[in-house]
Ligand binder design. Structure first.
Ligand code: PMP
Length: 358
């Protein structure tokens, strides 16, 4: 094998915002069953490290296009992290102040990242769950005339996945079969937007949706009540706190309802968070692909599908973000700071170890 040579992208970028999207689909070589081909669409390649960069860009630009957002106006949103980090990047690049509300149960590195990107982060008590941070954002918007990003209701969410994520998949799989596309949901923007296109352009592709098994709110069949703005008016009774950050809030979002109403998925397969953690670790340590708990969870479901899939089947799995965002979470439990026994033995195995001991 010769030395790698690269040629640049044959373009210069006017803004970091122009680098959003066009994330690569990457083959899994070591941990997938041999009779299928598994690819991951790795959204960590977005400039702020997650799939939500797409949504953040379009929430701001759609509002600019139709005059709902004025120059210098403050943007406010309730978010568990990735949307906030994406919005902070977009607002920094475009010069809008940003206030994010967030339950204090989410990882501290997310808060610090948003603050580093210039946003203000207002914490809400974890006992009030997603509904609490959401109510706070709504109140702040109404009281101050701020622009509420409304990721769970806005048309700007699924639209950007229809015009970017889905088109990228069509382009990359133009000459390849695609038997299964596997995704989880947070707002449902990814599944609703991509499914609009796949159902038309790749009708043979089975769409597999997943949710946490201890918060299987869609599987429960109960649809929570909503107000005239399609915002939830209650916490879903089947919700329980789960470790898959970014997935399944404690209500069925309006953006996701489109996927439910249009039968945009062929199967719903719940997954325990512990399986997601295990597969995220395997993706990192056996494939070199460093994704968060939601990516590991989606991959866990894909591995189940792969077992039953026919010879030669092709699967594409969404990996929404980077694992670097989870250093203080259960994903890193058991990953030591100090040397392990094995590492100490390696250290002791050369002469300089004796010198240190003398
Ligand atoms: N995984 C993570 C880590 C996320 O932050 C999100 C978005 N909240 C998702 C998955 C789900 O994406 P969507 O909102 O498009 O359903």
């Amino acid at each position: 094998m010769g030395i790698r040579q690269t040629e640049g992208r044959q373009r210069l970028y006017d803004s970091v915002l122009d680098t959003i999207g066009d994330t690569p689909c990457i083959r899994i070589n070591r941990i997938a069953p041999a009779h299928v081909k598994v690819y991951v669409k790795f959204e960590a390649f977005n400039p702020a490290g997650s799939v939500k960069d797409r949504l953040a860009l379009n929430i701001i630009e759609a509002a600019e296009r139709d005059g709902r957002l004025n120059p210098g106006q403050t943007v406010v949103e309730a978010t568990s992290g990735n949307t906030g980090i994406g919005l902070a990047m977009v607002c920094a690049a475009k010069g809008y102040p940003l206030v994010v509300t967030m339950a204090d149960s989410f990882s501290v590195e997310r808060r610090r990242l948003m603050r580093f990107l210039g946003a203000k982060v207002v914490l809400t008590p974890r006992a009030q769950k997603g509904f609490g941070m959401y109510t706070k954002a709504k109140e702040l918007a109404e009281q101050n005339g701020w622009f509420l990003a409304s990721q769970f209701e806005t048309a700007a969410n699924a639209d950007i996945h229809e015009t970017t994520t889905a088109r990228e998949i069509l382009g990359d799989f133009e000459n390849e079969r695609l038997d299964y596309w596997v995704t989880g949901y947070g707002t449902g923007g990814t599944v609703s937007g991509v499914a609009r296109v796949l159902r038309k352009e790749r009708p043979d592709t089975k769409i597999i949706l997943t949710e946490p098994s201890n918060a299987a709110i869609v599987s429960s069949g109960y649809v929570n009540t909503r107000n005239e703005n399609n915002q939830p008016t209650e916490s879903h009774p089947n919700f329980e706190p789960h470790p898959i950050q970014g997935w399944t809030p404690d209500f069925i979002p309006w953006v996701l309802q489109e996927a439910i109403d249009n039968q945009y998925y062929d199967e719903m397969i719940p997954v325990p968070g512990s399986d997601g953690i295990e597969w995220s670790r395997r993706l990192a340590s056996e494939e070199g692909i460093f994704t968060g708990i939601s990516g590991g969870s989606t991959f866990a479901v894909a591995m189940k599908m792969a077992e039953q899939a026919p010879q030669g089947a092709v699967l594409l799995v969404m990996l929404p973000d980077t694992g670097e965002r989870y250093l203080s979470t259960p994903l890193f439990d058991g990953i030591e700071e100090d040397m392990t026994e094995e590492e100490r033995a390696i250290s002791m195995s050369t002469p300089s170890a004796q010198m240190a001991a003398e």
